[in-house]
Design a protein around this ligand. Structure first.
Ligand code: NAD
Ligand code: UD1
Length: 344
């Protein structure tokens, strides 16, 4: 297939482009580089030997988006990653989040409608569940009131997709990711947080390499085995492979329903302290960390029921926590060699 990957130079997008190319698909990337670097295109080419076609523009620009779709009449499917994703920033700048994440989706759906493209895989998030009443979380668990504009854009996007799917006879798969971490084994691509990272794993690796003095562990008074919050961490390469499976499911018309939702996680929850211990185990280093107050807005515990993704999508995560930490650490060390500005 010829697949449009929006946000394809980003963290999850770049890993997915690699897996798509390795499965013989042709990829076209659109990204405005608002949260990624153009060099990722070369890094992808280094891994796969194929340079993906790349267009740099903002998908919220309706006219540019329209022109782009007109110029690409043979797109078979779309994987839509492009969005802003920082929860805290979305609290401070809600309109920026609604505009970016919703306008881009609407322009893409318009392009699909106008050009007869019917297949789309969408990046959703476990954040749509909030703090679930029952664990593990199933796809049928209720979507709770959003805690942040970011989370709200994911809920709204899912609804927009559902109605567009009915109205325009689309084939849609929404993938609800749990906590993607780690990097490609080549250490050519990985997560590249701009400025101070919000997420746990890049904060750990940046602390270990000396960019940050100390990791703050946000609270140890939760009702979890060691008191620190529990998440379902998932290797980004496993996640990337799930996208290949999903888009091929659309191609082969294997869907049971035109609009489907799958949880993507390992099904196992780990606490913050367990993640730190895994990092120390694989790196052989002692991490400097301190327990501090809870981070406002954090949920206590969440992990996925992956049985629907396993049985119906035919996908299962294979990497464990140590693999995730090992690859994240290898990537951090490779990044250090590049001496990128704006990381210190
Ligand atoms: P990322 O920021 O690394 O990648 C997103 C890419 O989209 C970036 O390269 C950015 O430049 C691009 N982009 C953003 N707005 C754009 C626009 N208007 N036009 C064109 N390009 C634009 O993020 P990621 O971690 O790879 O996340 C990918 C998707 O997965 C996002 O939709 C995110 O909300 C979702 N998601 C991520 C996580 C996570 O933990 N990383 C968890 C759940 C869901
Ligand atoms: C956050 C977002 C979520 C988003 C996800 C991936 C919130 C409330 N949720 O999830 O919507 O999909 O990122 O981008 O922000 N931690 C520390 N110290 C740190 C950083 C994190 O102790 O410096 C802890 C957190 O308290 C949490 C765990 O590590 O318990 C994981 O945090 P993080 O990586 O930010 O992911 P989430 O909070 O699960």
């Amino acid at each position: 297939m010829k697949i449009l990957v929006t946000g394809g130079t980003g963290y999850i997008g770049s890993h997915t482009v690699v897996e798509l190319q390795q499965q013989g698909h042709q990829v076209v990337i659109v990204d405005n580089l608002s949260n990624s670097r153009g060099e990722v295109i070369d890094a992808i080419a280094k891994i796969t030997g194929i340079k993906p076609e790349f267009y740099q523009f903002d998908l919220t620009d309706a006219e540019k988006s329209k022109q782009f779709f007109k110029s690409q009449p043979d797109i078979d499917a779309i994987i839509h990653f492009a969005a802003y994703k920082a929860v805290g920033e979305s609290m401070a700048e809600p309109l920026m989040y609604y505009r970016n994440n919703l306008d881009s989706l609407i322009n893409i759906l318009q392009g699909m409608k106008d050009n007869g493209i019917s297949r789309i895989v969408f990046s959703s998030s476990c954040t749509v569940y909030g703090q679930p009443d029952e664990l593990p979380v199933k796809e049928t668990s209720p979507v709770k009131e959003a805690w942040s504009p970011y989370g709200n854009t994911k809920q709204m996007s899912e609804q927009i997709l559902k109605f567009a799917c009915d109205a325009y006879a689309l084939q849609v798969i929404a993938l609800r990711y749990f906590n993607p971490v780690g990097a490609h084994e080549s250490a050519q691509i990985g997560e590249l947080p701009m400025g101070v990272p919000n997420n746990l794993v890049p904060y750990i690796t940046q602390t270990a390499i000396g960019i940050r003095p100390r990791l703050m562990v946000f609270g140890n008074d939760y009702s979890t085995p060691d008191g620190t919050p529990v998440r379902d961490y998932l290797h980004v390469v496993d996640l990337a492979k799930a996208h290949v499976t999903a888009v091929e499911r659309l191609q082969t018309e294997a869907q049971k329903m035109p609009y489907e939702v799958f949880n993507l996680g390992t099904g196992t929850g780990y606490s913050v302290l367990e993640v730190i211990r895994a990092f120390e185990r694989v790196s052989g280093l002692k991490l400097n960390f301190k327990i501090t107050a809870r981070r406002p807005g954090d949920i206590e515990k969440v992990w996925a029921d992956t049985s629907f993704a396993n049985s119906e999508l035919g996908w299962k995560a294979v990497y464990g926590l140590d693999d995730m930490m090992r690859s994240a650490w290898k990537w951090e060390q490779a990044l250090m060699q590049q001496k990128l500005p704006g990381r210190y």
